[in-house]
Design a protein around this ligand. Structure first.
Ligand code: TEU
Ligand code: CA
Length: 540
């Protein structure tokens, strides 16, 4: 099957299913739910980091790339999971965190102990620059008692690796070959466009220092080396680079097959449309014009230049899209389907984040004590320091915290939502009693809608292969696009509002066939009216 026909499902292992009743999800839990994932129809599952880690950033602080964290199980559990998944037509994608390691990693400990070889694995300077950490505060921390500083673009316990050192690159490429030998067929590369820092590091007041380390030309070289040293030899392997503050031009370079870099890229521009003045820790209704502009900009350019997008609304770093873009109180079901259509019929590879297929929501926590993420807690402190009241700060935290998507999966109506028999590491969401897998499979319609979207991608080459062009880019309510492949075309219309929307259907589509629709529509007429959050796809 071509990668363009595949759909990937993201699992946050800590919160998927707990089988040994310690309140933490585990690999056996994922294995147990393979039949559920097969029923949904996905081709690959991406697991967030499962390696030994002090969990300061929930596993994105890796202490050993070649082992399994005991709380998730053993290497044998991992092998069993891979085998069971494969037997059900599902491959495994692992998360590779190669920009930084935990300060608990042996490399960092030996560097601190004075071994020169390992000091060259990190970015050490006598004078720190003015760069700001993405999790708040200074991006440099004292390197032990040496009077020097090490760079950490993220949390202080996540030390950036020195990719200029060939020995570091070789270590990391070996990590990829190790997991390939275990049958892993996908890699997701964490913030991979940040691995190439300038050789001479200088103050950079612009944008917290980002220009000094983001999308540097040398990153493309490093990725090509990585490709040639590992996954490039296996055509079945799917790779996705997570790109922080990137551009369409760079994403084309990262993914155009001729360049032998990656299969596809994640970018986040469409999810920053509810950031006031570009700042995440603010509260604002989403800017629809901006959302559309980002989709059209990436969609069109990637289509024209043969790049490939990863398509997604949700992940472990984002509050649920249903809470951000939809009046979920009144239109949860229609809205969930509309959002799904908008990306599953689009050009690129769709990702489903666990729970999305049942229309899960943010947890509606009531106290800051229910939040655990380091980024959230830092942000809360900073908001208070900036003079906000606790209530004001909490309102912002509620809408923006990454914890929102990290709550336990809602399997059934029982006390801990069928995730565990004991209190989980994070509180269960408030909606779990009504909104869970058991109920959805019995009487819901969202899961079924996702099944159909996944099937359509495999059946219609216009969906998997077609080009992308914007349709009615100026419409105030509708995000529309046209896909074309050979003699076939697909028009996709998505109403992003709870008011009806009207538009003129192009003549060529009046005699078309409706492929999927979240309402019953009788007739395709020239002056066409979309219902609240309606999504309809017309095929000719
Ligand atoms: O995220 C990268 C990233 O840019 C995020 O920090 C993003 O800006 C933030 O979550 C939005 O507020 C990746 C991982 O997905 C994330 O979970 C890790 O914390 C981060 O890298 C560091 O490894
Ligand atoms: Ca467990």
């Amino acid at each position: 099957m071509s990668v363009k026909e595949k759909v990937i499902y993201q699992i946050y292992p800590k919160s998927f299913l707990d089988t040994n009743q310690d309140g933490i999800g585990d690999l056996q839990g994922i294995k147990r739910k393979i039949p559920y994932l097969k029923q949904l129809g996905v081709d690959m599952i991406w697991l967030n980091p499962i390696y030994p880690s002090p969990q300061k950033d929930n596993g994105y602080d890796v202490a050993d790339y070649l082992a399994i964290h005991p709380m998730f199980g053993t290497m044998k559990d991992f092998e069993e999971l891979t085998t069971t998944a494969k037997a059900n037509g599902i491959e495994i994608m692992l998360d590779m965190v190669f920009n930084h390691v935990s300060t608990e990693h042996e490399w960092f400990k030996r560097a601190l102990a004075g071994e020169k070889k390992f000091q060259d694995y990190f970015i050490l300077r006598d004078e720190p620059t003015d760069w700001v950490s993405k999790f708040g505060g200074n991006a440099w921390a004292p390197f032990g008692e040496t009077g020097r500083y090490y760079l950490h673009l993220f949390e202080q316990s996540q030390a950036d690796l020195n990719w200029r050192n060939p020995a570091v690159r070789e270590e990391l490429f070996e990590v990829l070959r190790f997991w390939m030998s275990k049958g892993v067929k996908g890699f997701r590369f964490d913030v991979i466009n940040l691995i190439g820092k300038d050789e001479v590091l200088q103050d950079c007041a612009e944008n917290d220092g980002k220009p000094a380390y983001t999308d540097q030309p040398i990153v493309h070289e490093y990725i090509r080396m990585m490709n040639q040293a590992s996954f490039g030899e296996d055509e079945e392997i799917v790779t996705v680079g997570e790109m922080s503050s990137t551009t369409p031009e760079n994403c084309i370079l990262y993914t155009n097959p001729e360049r032998e870099e990656l299969t596809m890229t994640f970018n986040f521009h469409h999810l920053k449309v509810d950031y006031m003045d570009g700042k995440k820790w603010t509260k604002m209704p989403f800017d629809f014009a901006k959302l559309k502009e980002n989709f059209h900009n990436f969609g069109t350019k990637m289509s024209q230049e043969n790049g490939w997008n990863a398509l997604f609304w949700n992940n472990h770093d984002q509050p649920r899209a249903l809470n951000r873009f939809i009046d979920a109180e009144n239109y949860r079901v229609a809205g969930a389907k509309m959002l799904a259509s908008a990306i599953h019929l689009n050009r690129g590879t769709p990702y489903i984040y666990m729970g999305e297929e049942i229309g899960m929501l943010d947890p509606a926590f009531e106290s800051i004590d229910q939040y655990v993420d380091v980024e959230t807690l830092n942000a809360y402190e900073e908001l208070l320091e900036a003079g906000m009241s606790e209530e004001e700060a909490f309102e912002i935290i509620k809408t923006k915290a990454r914890d929102n998507s990290r709550i336990p999966m809602q399997w059934d109506h029982l006390e801990f939502s069928g995730f565990s028999n004991v209190a989980p590491w994070m509180s269960v969401g408030k909606s779990a009693k009504e909104l869970n897998v058991a109920r959805e499979l019995k009487e819901g319609t969202i899961f079924n809608y996702y099944q159909r979207l996944i099937r359509l991608r495999k059946e219609y080459s216009v969906i998997s292969e077609g080009s992308y062009e914007a349709f009615l880019p100026e419409h105030p309510q509708v995000y529309g696009y046209i896909r074309r492949c050979g003699n076939h075309s697909l028009l996709v219309l998505n109403n992003f509002f709870s008011q009806k929307a009207t538009l003129d259907l192009p003549e060529e589509f009046l005699s078309g066939e409706v492929l999927i629709n979240n309402y019953e529509t009788e007739k395709l007429v020239e002056r066409f009216e979309l219902q609240p959050y309606q999504s309809i796809a017309i095929y000719i």
